[in-house]
Ligand binder design. Sequence first.
Ligand code: VG1
Ligand code: CO
Length: 544
Amino acid sequence: MEILTITTQPFSDQRPGTSGLRKKVRIFQAPHYLENFVQSIFDTQTDLKGGVLVLGGDGRYYNRQAIQIIIRMAAANGVAKVIVGQGGLLSTPAASCLIRKYQTNGGIILSASHNPGGPDGDFGIKFNTANGGPAPEGVTEAIFAHTRKITEYRTLAFDAIDLDTIGSLSLGQTGVEVIDPVADYAALMEDLFDFDRIRQLFDSGLFSMRFDAMHAITGPYAKRILEEMLGAEPGTVINGDPKEDFGGGHPDPNLVHAHEVVTLTSGRNAVDFAAASDGDGDRNMILGRNFFVTPSDSLAVMAANAHHIKGYAGGINGVARSMPTSQAVDRVAEELGLDCYETPTGWKFFGNLLDAKRITLCGEESFGTGSDHVREKDGLWAVLFWLNLLAVRKMSVKEIVQEHWWRFGRNFYTRYDYEGIDTEAANGLMTHLQARLADLPGTTLDGYIVDYADNFAYTDPVDGSVSKNQGVRIGFTDGSRIVYRLSGTGTAGATLRVYLEAYESDTEKQGRKTAEVMHPLVEIAIGIAEIVSRTGRKEPTVIT
Ligand code: VG1
Ligand code: CO
């Protein structure tokens, strides 16, 4: 089959962000745009030549075309075998599972995660290394550097291969294996969790749940695992058919965007348990009857209860959380004598800690939890962890979390997002904060005494790599915190995230409303950063 060498010119904006390269679909559709990035992966990740590549995406608009382009380029670049999910589909954690299980040389995942899809929506691509995890910064920077000087890419003169039939094909010298996207992942979940116990819970007739797949990738996974393997009643999975535009929605599992499932947890016919996942299946939201579990609390509860779960009953090595995530898990680690690490935002920073067996569980406040079973955060895994816990402990979600607070104290938590603000205004705000850092410690703001104020830098304890400028944090003497950072996943303007946390050890006060508890800190946060005058926004776009 004829290999074509196409002349191209660099694009200047192909630096991957928090999780790969994300842009508007129309940008990816521009001639050579996707091809340049993909060729830069092949040119810098030389193990792929003669190696095996996992390929799949979250099914959003342009997924199918992009998969075909990448398969042709993989063949032209001498990849020996491409393992691709049927229909071009793979959830992000399932892709990570496949890379590890079949010991491949890496994978390419097509997703813009929770960002809306469709012709006017977002698209994304990221490379995962042979450990199954998102490429670390050293790799993404090398790919980016290559995109700045690329002059040509290779592809095949071939139209399109059949992605819809499971089986093996070949394209020139390259084998293409179209696989069931769910099977290997489902088998891994069966290893980790006590499916018999969970089945009994569903069979009892005393327990009901709903899982909202938000018209995204987890529909087929959740239907197979929850309804077919675990016997949950048909209809447990709602919005379970993946759509290219996610049904026009915003596939982000939080109280705002996953509102539909939230409503099912209250009222006369309220379900006992509900959950949702995002566009690519790595995020999760956990709800009980009339009860929302913050992602930071979910991680802490998992760490404190891991011994109840089959796959973790032998003990866990340690835990990690991203810097803006609440310190709830730190308290668990301290009491249980576990190592606890604080990393920058983004799953790629957990990879070394997991590989070195320093940690078993990790999580982010942005609705992400996971473990050493793969190297991505994993939405359905978190749901199954909770289901297994409910089945073993025979308590409600609310009872489990309240008991946790009584034992460890409660970390109230909220996040304010200001989306699509002017980039210059956002940068100016961060520069202004930076300039104030030195003077803040020791000052009192509305009764709160500033303990420390800095810009978070991280030295990876495994490979010594340093990541600076990872967010401004202001800590108060009572343990509360304000954190500011700019998003690295947005595609329009800038998004400012303000993360707020307050600690309460008094059990009498743990039932207070989050908004009420956080109000004074919110005022301080808005004031110090001059948010209203600098961004022109009186209110955030989303509060989670
Ligand atoms: C956001 C979250 C971060 C998460 C990242 C990717 O990044 O804050 O915690 O790891 O999205 O998640 P940022 O830079 O926009 O704050 V996903 O589900 O979009 O792959
Ligand atoms: Co995601």
